[in-house]
Design a protein around this ligand. Structure first.
Ligand code: PMP
Length: 431
């Protein structure tokens, strides 16, 4: 590797030492060394606008989170078989943001672990094993969760009892309204339930990201999927609300995705934004649902809910409230979409601009009339944006939806920079 530039060298070294499974972003991957708010810097001191990070959700290197972690780390960190007051205070605080029926919580380290536990708890409670999930869903990396993450089709074997349904595509479905897409989706859920009941597999329930992130970001109108959830409950299933993406104020209108979607879940899983980069995650539950599992089985998670993890999580919750970040997400997200919509007048590739709060999907199309998705343009656009130091990515079944999901610390003053980069990138591509 002698004589190669440092980035090429680091790519070669990664492949040699880390193996071939990891995927990096970009044809020319970025090496970030420092971050503040919604901004990050590479080793050469170039500054980037970060539009693809719900991990440092309250802002890169937020001083309050750093201080909380440092303080607790210098006091004590240990496994989770001892009493500690912070875990109870935080549990109460987080549960107070949820419906009163959801009144117990367990702590783990990743979204994958939270969903793994939720699938097990749900199976125990219902006695069924057949879940419904959406076509492009990703819920995590354990064997059980991978088998319920249809986006991994081809790479992983799906659970034989899993029923996969399309997401409610508010851009292309029904009568063009969120209500139309909601009614369409309720019918898909009804079909899946009927299929499960006819097969004798035993209905476990629905695992759902209420923002349909990897399906293409379909937040629709609040309440769009509530009728489908009622149907799941009426047939004895449980609903796992995977809040790894929409949770912690991101949608601006509500603190939780399920709250925006206007239903009460049986199990709520959280992850990424919960600790601003410190690994902490959770599974909250309705007591009777959890007890079917917890009264029967012990569960141990060495790092899950340790004092440092809980300190990070508490600091995040406090910062969201103290800095009014949910409200900021609502307002700045609105400005962002309005500004991107103005570009639709000059760039026909911008087919649809949708979202809520700091969660925006921009559909990239080759024909706006026909709404033809263009993965080729979307992928080139990512590289153009990267060259203009704006970091983002794509999602959806065709990888044609630009996903704008910055830290909640993204401000009004960051909007023009994004819009200029987007405008220049689309112009460079001639779309
Ligand atoms: N659920 C959703 C909706 C996710 O987006 C992810 C991560 N991309 C996960 C679960 C898994 O979380 P983790 O990577 O922390 O295990």
């Amino acid at each position: 590797a002698e004589g190669l530039d440092p980035r090429t060298r680091s790519l070669t070294e990664r492949r040699r030492v880390l193996g071939a499974s990891y995927r990096l972003f970009y044809r020319h991957p970025v090496e970030l060394v420092r971050g503040r708010g919604a901004h990050a810097w590479d080793a050469e001191g170039n500054e980037y606008l970060d539009l693809y990070n719900n991990v440092p959700s309250v802002g890169h290197a937020h001083p309050a989170v750093v201080a909380a972690v440092q303080e607790q780390m210098s006091e004590l960190n240990t496994h989770t078989r001892y009493l500690h007051p912070k875990i109870l205070d935080y549990a109460d605080d987080l549960l107070s943001t949820m419906p009163s029926a959801v009144d117990q919580i367990m702590f783990v380290c990743t979204g994958s672990e939270a969903n793994d536990l939720a699938l097990r708890v749900g199976r125990e409670f219902t006695g069924g094993k057949a879940w419904i999930a959406t076509a492009e869903a990703y819920h995590g990396n354990t064997a059980l969760v991978s088998a319920h993450s249809p986006s991994l089709t081809g790479a992983e074997e799906m659970d034989p009892a899993l029923r996969v349904i399309e997401a409610p595509d508010t851009y292309r479905l029904g009568d063009g309204t969120a209500a139309g897409a909601g009614a369409w989706w309720t019918a898909r859920v009804a079909e899946a339930i009927a299929d499960i009941e006819a097969s004798g597999d035993g209905f476990a329930g629905l695992i759902i990201d209420s923002s349909f992130s990897s399906d293409g970001i379909f937040l629709g109108e609040p309440g769009m999927i509530a009728a489908a959830v009622d149907l799941v409950h009426a047939h004895g299933g449980v609903v796992i609300a995977d809040e790894v993406q929409p949770g912690f104020g991101r949608t601006g209108t509500h603190f939780w995705g399920f709250e925006r979607a206007d239903y009460v879940p049986d199990l709520v899983t959280t992850g990424k934004p919960m600790g601003n980069g410190f690994p902490v995650a959770s599974m909250a539950a309705r007591r009777e649902v959890l007890e079917a599992f917890s009264l029967k089985r012990p569960y141990f998670n060495t790092f899950g809910g340790n004092p440092v993890a809980i300190s990070a999580a508490q600091a995040v919750l406090d910062v969201i409230r103290d800095e009014g970040l949910q409200r900021q997400a609502l307002e700045v997200g609105h400005e962002l979409r309005a500004a991107v919509r103005e570009l639709q007048g000059v760039h026909p590739a911008l087919g649809d601009v949708r979202g809520s709060g700091q969660y925006t999907g921009v559909e990239i199309v080759s024909d706006r009339e026909a709404k033809t998705p263009s993965s080729a343009v979307a992928l080139d656009l990512l590289e153009e944006l990267r060259d203009r130091r704006v970091l983002t990515s794509v999602c959806g079944p065709n990888n044609s939806v630009l996903k704008l999901r910055p830290p909640l610390a993204f401000r009004s003053t960051d909007v023009p920079r994004l819009v200029e980069a987007l405008d220049a990138s689309l112009t460079a591509l001639g779309v």
